[in-house]
Every structure is written in C-alpha cells, then in structure tokens.
Ligand binder design. Structure first.
Ligand code: PMP
Length: 390
C-alpha cells in the first residue's frame, strides 16, 4: 500500500545523520563499552522530588484525560516564568502545553505554513528541523552560516531568503553550535520578520543553560509579540526528556488555533506529568542551575584540555549541552572522523554534517557523561586527531 509522500519524504531517504548513533547503539547491544557523546540526554535522571510529585499526582487520580490546552495552573506557571524572565506580558491564554518541544515545533510550523510555503531555518540546525518542516508539507529553506562567523546568521543571508517565506525558525542557545544570538542579530531578525511578514518560531529549549553572554527572547522585542511562537520544554532544563512536556507561547489567537490542532492530534499531555512539571518549575532557578551545573563545569574542563593543543579547534560555546569541535586540520570529514573515532576508541560523537553541510569538518560532542569519562574521552579524541595528522 502506498504511504503519503509527506511522510515518506520526511528525511528524503537519508538517515538524517544518525548512522554513527545507531552504530554506537548496535555496539552497545553487542556488549561493547562505548562512551556516548551523541544525543542531548543528561547523565543524571529526573530529580526524585519531581518524581515524587508525579507519583503523588498519579495516585491522587490525575490519570484521566487532562484538559487539552494544559492545566490552568501549569499554563499560569509557564506564563509567569516567561513574563518574569523576559518582561513580555504573558498570561495563561498565551500558553499551550505540548508533549515536548518536538511536537511544539511541528504544531508551530503546521499552524503557520500552507503546503508548499517556504519555512526558513538556520544551518547548522537541530537534526529534526528540515524533516519537521517537510512533515507539515512546507518547503525547508536553510540559511547557511559559516565557522568563520561563529555560525551566526548574517542579515543579508536572511533577507535573501525572506521574500515570500512564511516563517523563520531560530534556536538560541544553539544546538549544535553553542552560540547565543546577540542583541544586534536578534534586532536584525525582528526587523526582517516585520518587513517581510514572517512568523518567528523561536526555539528556546536551552534557555537555562547560559555560560557566557545573555539570552534574550526575541518575543520581547518591539513589534514581535504578535508574530512570535516560542518553543519551550522541560526536557533540558529539568532533565525530564522522557516525560514529554513542553509548550508553545504566542499570541492568544494563535494559541486558540493551536488548541484546536491539539484537540485533533495529541489531545493534550498526561495530567500527572503536567503536575510534576508545575512542581519542578515552582522550585525556581536553583533547581535549574543544579541541572545545568555539570555542563557548565565540563565546558570549562574541555577548554582546559583543548587549550593545550592546536589540532582540534573549539568553537566558542556560550550555552547548551554540546561543544562544536573543528577537526578540519586532520583532513577528514566530520563523518570520517566520527566513524574512525568510534572504531578506534569506542567514542561516539555526531558528525557536523548531520547538522547541515556548512558544519562539515566539525563534530558535535555532547557533554553528557561524568566529568572523568568526559575528560578521558576528550584526551583520546585529541590523541586520535594527532595520530591522523601524523
Ligand atoms: N529543540 C532543540 C534545539 C533540541 O535540541 C531538542 C532536543 N534535543 C528539541 C527541540 C526537542 O526536545 P523535546 O522534544 O525533548 O522537548
């Protein structure tokens, strides 16, 4: 039986850069010991206090259908947090609770793009972006950046793609580069969105992991409240990846339409998960900092290790749980380097090419194993690069 093109074309027949990840998982299933520095999964589990709140909510009976937009109290909690952090007026009516950031990305694109519309995104990108855009029937248009410009988008490149487009997806703090967009970049983006009538979809799932610079939500910039959809998630900020809970924040009218979409797709998020998310958010910045702390530490550890050599370059990382390393001096592509590193040292990293061609010759390292294991893996990685260059 024939399946729809919309679904069979999501990854356009490619593996979307996950080959190394699957190879590493295969090795693990064969009993080999692999240091996995691939996906954005914390090495700590969800805090037991959050699990207690989840358990309590479930045992108290919050296991039936939850209201589709999200519980009033979680929506209010998210709204208050966003208003406090960004200064932008936000009420529960601006918030839809979603099963994670990924489904929020899908909903934001299907709500703003007609089939065939141009949906812009910045390259290098979080691996699912082009597939998410294809899955709603829109056309993904990548705006390329370069290592030379710290992988930040340039105004002229966004303008060149903007005419006739419907939406622009940005991600700061950025996965995979660790860049945080500065105020000039965000003001340029806001101006272009207004001039060209674009929706801005701002993926801010790493907004609690800031190591340098300042995170600004572009929704708070003048003229942006009515055209910005912010994607948020409990996955990274509270180590709740498996709970699948996130949100979209946007204008009330857009949220009303998104609630209608949710009624016909997800039908909401489990009530006991929402109660746990509310409990977690109410613990405030202290818990968020505790969860971010290992990445803050390991970023400094990596700087110390990589400072002592010049073969592997470290892209300046300002936020998030990944480092982008430049391995061009080895003469290998990111894919070749990652593959040989896995074979020689049983260390799995993501090839830069998985995040778009402009990240070729780079690898992305997730800082998601213990400090000791991370330092050992980085030293082996440098040794591997040295042995190739000899
Ligand atoms: N956006 C970015 C940039 C991500 O890195 C991720 C997860 N790795 C997501 C969105 C989706 O996260 P989740 O669905 O777990 O909220």
């Amino acid at each position: 039986m024939q399946l729809s093109h919309r679904v069979t074309n999501i990854t356009e027949g490619s593996s979307d850069g996950w080959d190394i990840f699957y190879k590493a998982r295969q090795m693990i299933s064969e009993g080999k010991s692999v240091t996995e520095l691939t996906i954005g999964e914390h090495d700590t589990r969800t805090d037991p206090e959050i699990l207690k709140a989840m358990n309590h909510a479930a045992l108290s009976g919050h296991t039936g259908y939850a209201v589709v937009p999200g519980t009033q109290s979680l929506r209010e909690t998210v709204a208050a947090r966003i208003q406090k952090n960004t200064g932008a007026p936000t009420s529960y009516r601006n918030v839809l609770i979603t099963p994670g950031g990924q489904s929020a990305l899908f909903a934001a694109h299907i709500a703003t793009n007609e089939p065939g519309d141009h949906a812009l995104f910045i390259e290098p990108y979080y691996a699912t972006y082009p597939g998410t855009i294809r899955s709603v029937g829109a056309r993904p248009i990548a705006i390329s950046t370069s290592a030379k410009h710290a992988f930040l988008p340039r105004k002229q490149d966004i303008i060149a793609a903007a005419t006739g487009a419907k939406s622009l997806l940005i991600n700061s703090p950025n996965n995979p580069t660790g860049a945080i967009y500065g105020s000039q970049t965000l003001h340029d983006i806001a101006q272009i969105c207004q001039t060209h009538g674009l929706w801005l979809i701002s993926d801010e799932v790493y907004d609690t992991q800031i190591w340098a610079g300042k995170h600004t939500s572009p929704r708070a910039l003048p003229g942006m409240l009515e055209r910005t959809l912010v994607i948020g998630s409990m996955s990274k900020s509270h180590a709740m990846t498996g709970s699948r809970v996130g949100w979209i924040v946007g204008p009330e009218t857009a949220i009303d339409h998104l609630i209608n979409l949710a009624t016909h797709t997800t039908y909401g998020v489990a009530g006991f998960i929402q109660d746990a998310a509310e409990f977690a958010l109410k613990q405030g910045a202290q818990l968020e900092e505790k969860i971010a702390a290992p990445f803050r530490r390991r970023r400094l550890l990596a700087q110390d290790i990589l400072d002592t050599q010049s073969i592997v370059g470290l892209m300046p990382s300002q936020g998030g749980m990944y480092l982008m390393l430049d391995i061009r001096s080895t003469g290998l592509t990111g894919e070749e380097f990652a593959d040989s590193l896995l074979d020689a040292h049983q260390i799995a990293v993501m090839p830069g090419e998985s995040f778009g061609p402009c990240a070729a010759g780079h690898i992305r390292v997730a800082m998601t194993v213990s400090d000791n294991a991370f330092a050992t893996a980085l030293r082996s990685l440098v040794g591997h690069a040295e042995s190739i260059k000899l």
